[in-house]
Design a protein around this ligand. Structure first.
Ligand code: FAD
Length: 463
């Protein structure tokens, strides 16, 4: 073992701890991996591509082969593509269980949402530029190529300005996350404007009945998704009611919060997370994602929350016993149960320990896993839940080991450290959760050391 590892805890099984067996429903969700990603992409392609092909088949014959005509054609094509993506986007970010299931994971959905949002903006921006260029080439002047005071042009200009301003904020503004979300949600109000513009233009979207039906359906779905998530979420989104039962100051500026269910408890897989909002006058009610630290083997749920920003810092100072809490979820597929290889190395950085604590609490001897946790903290004294891990020290001997890495002494967890400690690198699957810089560092090293992409499983604490 390398000298940089300052403490080793070997965990043993406490015979009294028997996590509840997980229902098959959950195991099915967890088996969603690369093929689910493919299904997600395929779903997006199936929603967006057929109407475009239909439009091309129905339209291109009516255009002649001169530059102005081609520009006009492209102008309308980009509008159709941009509108479709624009209407799909609120569905991707609505966080509904069915949508998450179709697309595989929340991560996947947010990634698609981000890219399709940018693409949609680019296409919508190209629409007037291409149409205008086509008109200019065909001999129109800037002043008379459009009727500038018509509802068609006003709705188009207002939509474009609104979408441009919101996109600029979404991409470039460095503002508080909650304000960013509030502004981002205004995209939804542009949906009726965009549809109004598309239909009063009386182009092919209006003239071709199947396309008209498709766009109206997508518009209704997209707008409903926006209302569901951003306007009436308080009434429509399923949330589980809890009450703060215990608050414990853990090491490393982490607050351990235990919640008691007030109605049906939420069921989850160790390693997953929920969006949690605390209802207390002097705290923001914004829902934040936190990983469960409990193992879903009882009604109580715990979280370990680190004061990293405004809301989490306030929470650590002001949260009171008895305050109501709402939980939405569960989400995520970061768990050892979804990893076939039973030889696993878990790497946690700081508060990234939380999903591992949940998984560690759910381990049992029957699974005979070979799991080693490298738990890196800025200093050993900052390692939250160290005692908890000591308690789990009664769990699962010899299938679970924990190494505490003091970053002040040894720096981030490295492949050299793993090689020295484990004697091998490539035979393991890796589960990693910690600060982005630490994750980038270790993932880069693992790739270099010959660990395949499919052997690395990540949970980023950012969306
Ligand atoms: C899947 C997941 C699991 C997490 N688990 C834990 C955990 O177990 N313990 C823990 O301490 N932290 C966890 N986090 C991080 C935690 O959510 C953020 O630290 C917290 O939301 C910061 O809020 P803030 O207002 O204090 O800070 P801010 O300064 O407002 O935000 C800091 C950063 O946190 C993210 N963030 C803020 N608010 C939200 C929000 N409402 N939704 C999504 N992201 C947001 C943004 O990336 C933002 O840039 C997790 C994050 C994710 C994505």
């Amino acid at each position: 073992m390398g000298t940089y590892i300052t403490e080793v805890i070997i965990a043993y099984l406490d015979e009294n701890v028997h996590p509840l067996p997980l229902g098959s429903r959950f195991v099915t969700i967890l088996s969603m991996k690369w093929h689910q990603k493919l299904i997600g992409l395929l779903a997006l392609v199936l929603i967006t591509v057929p109407p475009i092909i239909y439009w091309l088949l129905a339209t291109t014959a009516t255009y002649s082969l001169n530059l102005s005509s081609i520009l006009l054609l492209l102008g309308k094509l980009v509008a159709l593509m941009g509108i479709i993506l624009f209407l799909v986007n609120p569905i991707l970010s609505m966080r509904h269980a069915v949508v998450v299931r179709i697309f595989g994971s929340l991560d996947m959905l947010y990634t698609l949402h981000k890219h399709s949002g940018k693409l949609s903006f680019f296409l919508i921006l190209c629409h007037p530029l291409l149409l205008g260029s086509g008109r200019l080439l065909s001999g129109d002047s800037l002043l008379d190529m459009w009727s500038w005071t018509s509802l068609l042009i006003i709705s188009g200009v207002v939509s474009l300005l609104l979408i441009s301003a919101l996109t600029a904020v979404a991409i470039y503004a460095h503002i508080k996350h909650q304000n960013w979300v509030k502004i981002h949600r205004m995209f939804g109000w542009a949906i009726p404007l965009v549809l109004l513009h598309a239909f009063i233009a009386k182009g092919q979207i209006y003239q071709l009945a199947p396309l008209r039906f498709y766009i109206i359906t997508l518009g209704v779905l997209g707008f409903s998704a926006f209302i569901y998530r951003s306007v009436l979420s308080r009434y429509l989104v399923k949330r589980y009611r809890y009450r703060v039962e215990e608050i414990v100051a853990e090491r490393g500026n982490v607050t351990g919060v235990t919640l008691k269910p007030l109605a049906t408890p939420l069921s989850y897989i160790p390693g997953q997370f929920a969006f949690v909002s605390f209802m207390q006058d002097d705290l923001s009610s914004e829902a934040h994602p936190y990983s469960f630290t409990t193992a879903n083997n009882g009604p109580y749920i715990q979280f370990g929350i680190k004061g990293l920003g405004d809301d989490t810092r306030e929470l650590s100072q002001k949260l009171r016993l008895g305050s109501p809490a709402f939980l939405e979820g569960p989400y995520g597929g970061f768990t050892q149960l979804s990893v076939k290889n039973k030889k696993q190395i878990w790497i946690a950085g700081g508060v990234g320990i939380t999903p591992f604590l949940s998984m560690a609490r759910a381990l049992n001897t029957e699974d005979q896993e070979d799991i080693t946790l490298f738990y890196a903290a800025q200093q050993k004294v900052d390692a939250a839940f160290l005692e908890e891990l000591h308690d789990i020290a009664k769990i699962v001997r010899p299938f679970f080991k924990v190494f505490i890495v003091d970053e002040k002494i040894s720096g981030f967890v490295s492949t050299t450290m793993i090689q020295d400690t484990m004697g091998s690198i490539t035979e393991y699957d890796y589960l990693v959760c910690g600060p982005p810089v630490m994750m980038r560092s270790i993932v880069g090293q693992l790739h270099k050391a010959g660990v395949k992409k499919t052997q690395i499983h990540l949970e980023a604490f950012s969306m």
